[in-house]
Design a protein around this ligand. Structure first.
Ligand code: AMP
Length: 369
């Protein structure tokens, strides 16, 4: 499905189309701008990406005439979120290459399909069972045991659409609380750390990964990314190899993020005593890769642009030991103090209202050589 043989050469001066107007689209547009490319953002809501792009279209993802006109105005279409409807991608693909390829969306939009795909290529996940109704939840609980986590199959992020189930819980009430929709029940992974691999695959199949990131969450939202992750060298190498396997299986082009749990005390990765279990795949640039803008030779955003344009991938060399902290809600009010701190790189997303839990910006610090 790679468009490589027939795709026209994309050169500086061309326009990239981006679905979604959030901060990821904004940072992609800024990286594209640095390389002499223009961007056209398509979204149903005005967001911070509109402010940095030369063109935008405000229309729904179901508006086929607007989608066709958008696709005709760009050289290639990409996206900043994984819930692009299949029909939207199909309409766009009739006009221009859509990268990462739509099969990456199909494999990652639904947690059940995603886990089946991963297990099918030999990648470990948490144990899981499909749950379609309240009696199905009772059967799954009987099989998997408790505690376990019920997650909606679609549209869950930052902990939304998921509930931890403990002994004695009212299962019918819990199934109703997630909207009585198709779900999966997952066993709880006793992880020591959460890590992610942000990597890129080019149209010619070449691959590069940034160093493995270690992530800490607060209230289910990423709060801190540390690089390098404090895991054994062999575990990092295994995480990167697993990511490459996933990308190859998807015929992927662009940047991906694979989130993983590291379990200690098992014999998964030879000699390190650490085992990797994949939690989920984001077929896009990712919050845990934001440090690359200040902490690596090439940012994840530039890398994505390079990959979808058919350009050579850049160096992922890191400038030191890095910490990236998200500025959530009111945290962003500290912008003046952060500006005064030497060695801190501040990023603000230009969102007008600082609601609790809203990602307003981030700060990257190079903390060691
Ligand atoms: P998710 O929305 O699947 O990324 O889950 C959000 C967070 O919930 C993860 O980053 C973990 O901290 C936690 N979590 C999700 N699934 C599991 C699991 N099967 N076992 C343990 N913790 C989990």
């Amino acid at each position: 499905m790679n468009p490589a043989p027939t795709a026209p050469l994309i050169a500086p001066g061309a326009t990239i189309g981006i679905l979604g107007s959030g901060q990821l689209g904004r940072m992609l547009a800024m990286a594209a701008g640095r390389l002499g490319l223009n961007t056209h953002i398509y979204a149903p809501d005005a967001g911070p990406a509109f402010d940095v792009a030369a063109q935008h279209t405000l229309a729904s993802y179901e508006d086929e005439a607007a989608l066709a006109a958008f696709a005709e105005s760009v050289a290639v279409v990409t996206y900043e979120f994984e819930n692009v409807p299949a029909q939207t991608a199909a309409v766009l693909e009739a006009h221009r290459p859509v990268l990462p390829p739509p099969q990456a969306l199909a494999a990652t939009q639904d947690r059940l399909v995603e886990k089946q795909f991963l297990n099918g290529i030999g990648v470990a996940t948490a144990p899981f069972l499909a749950v379609d109704d309240a009696p199905g939840l009772a059967r799954a609980v009987a099989q998997l045991g408790l505690p376990a986590i019920l997650k909606t199959r679609r549209f869950g992020y930052d902990g939304k659409g998921q509930v931890m189930i403990r002994e004695g819980a009212d299962l019918a009430e819990i199934f109703a609380s997630i909207g009585a929709q198709p779900a999966i029940l997952e066993g709880v992974v006793p992880f020591a750390r959460e890590v992610s691999v942000v990597a890129a695959r080019a149209r010619d199949g070449s691959f590069t990964a940034f160093d493995v990131c270690e992530n800490e969450h607060e209230s289910h939202i990423l709060s801190l990314t540390r690089v390098p992750a404090r895991i054994a060298h062999e575990t990092s190498a295994a995480a990167v190899a697993m990511t490459q396997k996933i990308m190859d299986a998807l015929g992927y082009v662009g940047v991906i993020c694979v989130e993983m749990f590291v379990v200690e005390g098992a014999a998964g990765v030879a000699s390190s005593g650490e085992t990797l279990v994949v939690n989920e795949i984001a077929p896009r640039v990712h919050n845990s890769g934001h440090w690359t803008t200040d902490g690596a030779v090439t940012s994840q955003f530039e890398q994505h642009v390079r990959a979808i344009c058919g350009w050579p991938l850049g160096s992922t060399r890191r400038h030191g030991e890095i910490e990236m902290r998200n500025l959530i809600g009111e945290d962003a009010n500290r912008w003046r103090d952060i500006l005064g701190e030497s060695g801190a790189s501040l990023h603000l997303y230009g969102k007008h209202e600082a609601r609790p839990g809203r990602k307003m910006g981030h700060v990257t610090r190079i903390v060691g050589g």
